[in-house]
Design a protein around this ligand. Structure first.
Ligand code: GAP
Length: 475
């Protein structure tokens, strides 16, 4: 199947089976925003739970849940007010607005497709040296890059466009009341660093973890959940003594990569991509990229951020951000290793990773396509389904009793509609790892069949063992 078609099939399955819907769909949708449906919300919750446990079940990590609205000085200190921008250019003829860097990159790709490599190399070199919006403008005009919509080079200047959403706090809508929807959760951790040190018994090195919504007024929202305007992040800042950050960075890079593998990511679907250009405050940075149907894309960034953030908050707030090592009496502003994953992007990566279409033999000996979401059992939104084979002879009652029992521990479904083969397919399509069928033999000897999603193998076990069987299998 062509890769692009794979994404279309995943999006269509996600909608059909209630994983993800377009936001405000009945009004025509809202660009860059998505709603999680009944199964999507469970999958997302399972992704976040797996992350939360992997962080806070350690002795050295505490959790917080900071407010989305923060004091506006936070974003001056963090650099977001001044620098969290995309360079935008408008075409006066078509009125189309583009990100200047994307416009240039697309042009370079077109040149390479036409084997004009020398010209492409030169533009790429200049792109690597850009320092201001004017530099983008000069490249576009020198190369005569046309607007893909109108074909003209009738461009405005390049202007920086801030990606933070603004709103007002209180009843007066003036500049003194401006606040921002947070564009990342990390700052809620930095501003609480001292509070956590003072209220917990943590000693450096230790971390603070947070999961929450973040908002960015992205210009080009694209590829389903990949780049959206409202999304969730799972971020952890690990505070370390200066000089130990390189070793901690390596350690966290491995921990985070293995977290994805531990939840079923295929070995060749992930790669580590070091940043070509480091931000001025970072001394190391690497992205974990997933191979989406549209190409490689970042799902998490791991950054060695030095003491930049805490120093800035110290400067802007006037409050000391120092840590005192009680054993040596040494005072310092800690360095930080950040692990910053998108919950929404990880959700999409896990969905793509699980999606498979295979040809199998149907009940009449012909062939059919089996669509399966091969989720790790820990992530699967529904853990098991119970089917009475037929709707008579006490099978529905026995099935219902088992279903109610299992519901105490697991997300389970009960399905008594249609041929059992169809019911298996319905569960395969949403990734349910186990289907339990109550049949004639169940009434005689108290056993049921348990069918495993990936192998489609069935085994017979005692009804009284089903709960334990699932507890073991779903670990
Ligand atoms: N505190 C660092 C930080 O926010 P980032 O690379 O801008 O770093 C971290 O974002 C992660 O957040 C990304 O790896 C991605 O998974 C997710 N993310 C960022 N922007 C996003 C967007 N517009 N839509 C969906 N996820 C996004």
């Amino acid at each position: 199947m062509a890769q692009k078609n794979a994404l279309d099939s995943i999006i269509s399955l996600a909608k059909r089976r209630g994983f993800v819907f377009q936001s405000s769909e009945i009004y025509g949708g809202l660009n860059g925003c998505w709603d999680y449906g009944p199964l999507g919300v469970e999958l997302l919750r399972n992704v976040k739970d797996a992350w939360w446990k992997s962080m806070t079940f350690r002795d050295d990590i505490e959790g917080v849940d900071a407010a989305i609205l923060m004091h506006p000085r936070t974003w001056e200190a963090s650099g977001h007010v001044g620098q969290f921008t995309d360079p935008m250019i408008d075409n006066k003829t078509s009125k189309a607005r583009h990100r200047a860097d994307n416009l240039i990159e697309d042009y370079i790709t077109r040149l390479r497709n036409k084997n004009k490599n020398l010209e492409a190399d030169e533009i790429e070199r200049r792109l690597g040296e850009v320092e201001s919006p004017e530099d983008y403008y000069t490249i576009i005009m020198d190369a005569g890059i046309p607007d893909p919509v109108s074909g003209t080079t009738d461009w405005t200047e390049v202007r920086n466009f801030n990606l933070m959403f603004k709103t007002f706090i209180g009843p007066v809508e003036d500049t003194s009341a401006v606040v921002y929807l947070r564009p990342e959760t990390a700052q809620g951790i930095f501003v609480n660093f001292k509070n956590v040190v003072d209220s917990s018994r943590q000693k450096i090195p230790f971390g603070i973890a947070q999961i929450g919504k973040a908002f960015r007024n992205e210009i080009n929202t694209k590829n389903f959940l990949f780049r959206t305007r409202e999304f969730e992040q799972m971020e952890m800042q690990y505070f370390v003594a200066p000089g130990t950050e390189a070793q901690q960075f390596e350690q966290w890079r491995e921990i985070r990569l293995n977290w994805f593998f531990g939840l079923g990511m295929k070995p060749d679907s992930l790669r580590l991509k070091p940043h070509d250009k480091l931000a001025h405050y970072a001394n190391a940075a690497v992205d974990i990229e997933y191979q989406f149907p549209f190409g490689w894309g970042e799902i998490e960034g791991i950054h060695s951020r030095t003491d930049f953030d805490l120093q800035r908050h110290q400067e802007y707030s006037g409050k000391k951000m120092e840590y005192v090592d009680a054993s040596t009496n040494e005072r310092y502003v800690p360095y930080v290793i950040e692990t910053s994953a998108g919950a929404s992007r990880s959700f999409m990566a896990f969905l793509c990773n699980a999606f498979s279409e295979e040809t199998v033999t149907d009940e009449k000996g012909g062939s059919e396509t089996r669509t399966v979401l091969r989720f790790s059992p820990r992530l699967a939104p529904v853990k098991a389904a119970v089917f009475p084979l037929v709707n008579r002879e006490g099978m529905p009652e026995l099935g219902e009793k088992l279903y109610k029992e299992l519901q105490q521990n697991f997300a389970v479904q009960f399905d008594d509609k249609g041929a059992v083969g169809r019911r298996y397919r319905r569960q395969d399509e949403i990734g349910t790892p186990y289907c339990i069928t109550v049949d004639g033999q169940s009434l005689e000897d108290g056993t049921v069949t348990v069918r495993e999603r990936d192998s489609m193998q069935q085994q017979r076990i005692a009804i009284s063992n089903v709960r334990h069987y699932l507890l073991d299998a779903l670990m």
